[in-house]
Design a protein around this ligand. Structure first.
Ligand SMILES: CCc1ccc([C@H](C)CC(=O)N[C@@H]2O[C@H](CO)[C@@H](O)[C@H](O)[C@H]2O)cc1
Length: 789
């Protein structure tokens, strides 16, 4: 490994070891690791062709990958070899791997799930491609200025990306706009604008590197040559116009994760990568099959939410317009290839494009969508329509064009059946299935939490990394004092390291013996970071009222970005920072309570915070969080959850045992009922002296003396609307937090409960999730290659 790193440093980067930066060493290491992957990759690709195996295509607008170097080294079993090689070369392995920028090609849960799935598809040896967009700029960089979020462009590609292979030979012409001619029964689409989609491939090897799949990300290029004539005329802007226009399509990730942008560029992005992906998989299929009617036997396409839903009409277009299949047969064939995963019930997140906009950008597809609607009506009169009120409803399109639709947790799937798709569910009672989310145990325990990972491996061997259900054996140890101490020591080591990082990064001193209470996720009203900070102020009040009482010291840690246009979410960020400033400088409460909100939460920060957490905040309004995946990561790393019966919390609590979970709050059904009670929020506030005191302090500007009316709107909103029932769940949340305090003070109990959580999280490996998709949706075999020689 040492020679390979040196060779790349000198030969690939042209750098002399004596004058190389951490960046150079990191790229050299990455190239050396990449070399070790390509053989597995080629062999897997060859084998898939030889065995004519069915391929899975995962279409996603987002892949929230994070850093890759550590993950690749771990999957190849080369961590120690790489660490030794760098040490011999006088370099610090940890500094080198942390130098890598996050590939932040996603907003949150949906994007990270796609990244976890890619790891599992390779580890299970399922031939698969991930298809997405190679954004030049991923999710924005977040900074706090006077406590407010400010966004700046993310720049991961300004540095060389050592993992990708550019594929200039893999290019597709993607059309937009124009018109459609119809003659002799055929349709001819004449796009007005064309861009080139160019492929960039990143190999994805699974655990123990026995199989390699491909993540193919598309980059937009101008289809037309450089306009030298304009240039010579000195009209430089005109000369660069087509280039700039084309690149705009893959320039930046839309930072909204719950509100559909409804912007033309977003629609173009969705069609751009979807069309290139469909054309690419069809080309691959037709390279060794000549009857397109066999497609469903060899191709399974999974739509990661509605963002690639245009895949249905695009497949039908190619089958009917270019392969001359009758429309209804094309529709049926496409349906047998397609699966659709729904990730949210929030009405504002369900995509619906104005028929004018979609017709202008994709005139042929609008015709086909009309045909699909008629086909559905013919088969199921009265069925919900795709085209309604001048809008194309992408949820209905995805549902009607898929042979299987799935939710991402048991509760969510039931709500999908009983709310958003209740009518379609009645017509197609077997189409909706559940596939509860999962996480990859490699990144989210083995790689990010060495103290606990090593302890577990010492105790039960390392079989758990490939088969997480093996953690169950740890349940025997919940009464073993010595093991519990070792378990607590691992947590304490992570907390100490995090305390050092917080001191450096945020300039705040925190006590590793305090309870580390962590809420990290996108900022959104339904995730109720607001309720968390209100509880924090209430606790602060009571600590100040009785400073000598027996309090459990707490460190409240927040992390998360708000969509730039989401005003209320930005207000919540500002309030958390304002409250932190007051509490962290309060001599009365001192080390009893600290509030920490490091800026620019991302995958790498999650890998740092989760291993050090004691308490995991999963406090969404019941019925709103489709699943959550952070909740699984925390429990796996030995944190206890305080949470509502929402999303996958329900199943986590079933697996870890209700006695090892701090449950509070209204259920999803009670939430719906409470909304019918007039003035429920005001009533709840008036019934809670604790809450009304806190709201008074905030409204009076106690935390914003420089702008006392800053939170009038926010507090007023709680009195008058409180759509997410912060007021109604506040007291039970506060009481449950106090219960957690009690338990935490009895360390051994807490450790035993935490160990039960870790031991019971095997089911939440995305190993189980992917096996479910393979069995129920894709009809492919999951061959566990990890153990194969
Ligand atoms: C059109 C804008 C937009 C962009 C992204 C989204 C995603 C669906 C939002 C998302 O990330 N949903 C999360 O998906 C996770 C993976 O299934 C779940 O665990 C989370 O509960 C869900 O909020 C909606 C709307």
């Amino acid at each position: 490994m040492k020679e390979e790193i040196l060779r790349h440093l000198c030969k690939s980067l042209g750098k002399d070891a004596a004058h190389s930066s951490v960046h150079d060493w990191r790229v050299a290491l990455s190239l050396a690791l990449r070399d070790r992957m390509v053989d597995h990759w080629f062999r897997s690709t060859r084998e898939t062709y030889e065995t004519r195996a069915k391929r899975v295509y995962y279409l996603s607008m987002e892949f929230l990958i994070g850093r890759l170097v550590e993950d690749m080294a771990a999957n190849l079993g080369l961590v120690e070899e790489a660490r030794a090689a760098l040490t011999e070369l006088g370099q610090d392995y940890d500094a080198v791997v942390l130098n890598e920028p996050d590939a932040a090609l996603g907003n949150g849960g949906l994007g990270r799930l796609a990244a976890c799935f890619m790891d599992l598809l390779a580890s299970l040896g399922i031939p698969a491609y991930g298809y997405g967009i190679r954004y030049e700029h991923g999710l924005f960089k977040q900074d706090f200025v006077d406590g407010r979020q400010v966004e700046t462009a993310e720049t991961w590609l300004t540095q060389r990306n050592p993992w990708e292979f550019e594929r200039p030979e893999v290019q597709f012409r993607i059309g937009f706009g124009g018109h459609v001619d119809h003659h002799d029964g055929k349709a001819y689409w004449h796009p007005w604008e064309t861009v080139l989609a160019t492929a960039y491939d990143t190999p994805v090897v699974g655990w123990q590197g026995k199989w390699g799949n491909t993540l193919r990300l598309w980059s937009a290029r101008p289809a037309s040559k450089f306009d030298l004539e304009s240039f010579n005329r000195g009209d430089y802007l005109a000369a660069g116009r087509s280039e700039a226009l084309a690149r705009t399509i893959s320039r930046v990730l839309y930072p909204d994760d719950t509100t559909e942008a409804g912007k033309e560029l977003r629609l173009k992005q969705e069609y751009f990568f979807t069309a290139a992906s469909i054309m690419d998989l069809l080309r691959r299929f037709l390279s060794d099959h000549d009857d397109i009617r066999e497609l469903p036997q060899y191709v399974a396409i999974q739509l990661n939410d509605t963002h690639p839903a245009i895949a249905g009409p695009e497949l039908v277009r190619l089958m009917s317009d270019e392969h001359n299949l009758p429309m209804d047969e094309a529709i049926e064939l496409a349906r047998r290839c397609l699966g659709y995963t729904n990730h949210t019930l929030l009405p504002e997140a369900l995509e619906r494009w104005h028929v004018g906009l979609l017709g202008r950008v994709l005139p042929r597809h609008l015709e086909i969508i009309r045909a699909i609607d008629e086909d559905q009506q013919a088969r199921h009169p009265g069925s919900p329509r795709i085209l309604e009120h001048d809008h194309v409803h992408m949820g209905e399109l995805a549902f009607i064009m898929a042979h299987k639709v799935n939710g991402v947790s048991a509760l969510h799937t039931e709500l999908v059946k009983s709310t958003v798709f209740s009518d379609l569910h009645r017509i197609h009672p077997t189409r909706i299935v559940n596939q509860t989310n999962g996480i990859t145990p490699r990144r989210w325990l083995h790689t990010c939490n060495a103290p606990l990972s090593n302890l577990i491996t010492r105790e039960i061997g390392d079989g758990w990394v490939a088969d997480l259900e093996k953690l169950k054996a740890l349940n025997q140890r919940t009464g073993d004092r010595e093991f519990l101490d070792a378990f607590s020591a691992a947590k304490r080591q992570n907390k100490t390291e995090l305390a050092d990082w917080i001191a450096q990064t945020c300039g705040i001193a925190v006590d590793p013996d305090a309870m580390f209470d962590v809420q990290i996720k996108r900022i959104h009203e339904y995730k109720r970071q607001l309720m968390n900070i209100l509880e924090t102020v209430a606790l602060w009040n009571e600590m100040r009222d009785a400073p000598d009482a027996e309090w459990t010291p707490r460190v409240k840690i927040f992390g998360g970005k708000a969509a730039p246009g989401y005003h209320v979410a930005k207000q919540i960020i500002h309030l958390i920072n304002d409250v932190a400033r007051v509490i962290n400088n309060d001599p009365v409460t001192g080390d009893l309570l600290k509030v920490v909100f490091p800026a620019n939460y991302n995958v790498t920060m999650a890998e740092r915070l989760i291993p050090a957490a004691d308490l995991s905040e999963q406090i969404s309004t019941a019925g709103k969080e489709a699943s959550g995946t952070g909740n699984m990561k925390f429990a796996l790393n030995g944190a206890l959850t305080i949470g509502t019966l929402d999303g996958a919390n329900v199943e986590i609590r079933e697996h870890v045992g209700s006695e090892n979970f701090f449950l509070f709050g209204l259920t999803a059904r009670e939430v719906v009922e409470r909304r019918h009670v007039h003035g429920y929020a005001r009533a709840a506030i008036e019934a809670s002296p604790r809450l009304s005191r806190v709201l008074g302090q905030i409204a009076d500007g106690q935390f914003s003396p420089e702008d006392s009316s800053r939170y009038h709107g926010l507090v007023g909103g709680l009195y008058d609307h409180d759509y997410f029932l912060v007021t109604c769940d506040f007291d039970s949340y506060f009481d449950t937090q106090r219960r957690a305090d009690q338990v935490y003070r009895n360390g051994s109990n807490w450790a035993a409960m935490a160990l039960r959580n870790t031991a019971s999280m095997g089911w939440f490996s995305s190993d189980r999730t992917i096996r479910g998709y393979a069995r129920d949706i894709w009809q492919v075999d999951a061959v566990d290659r990890a153990g194969l020689e």
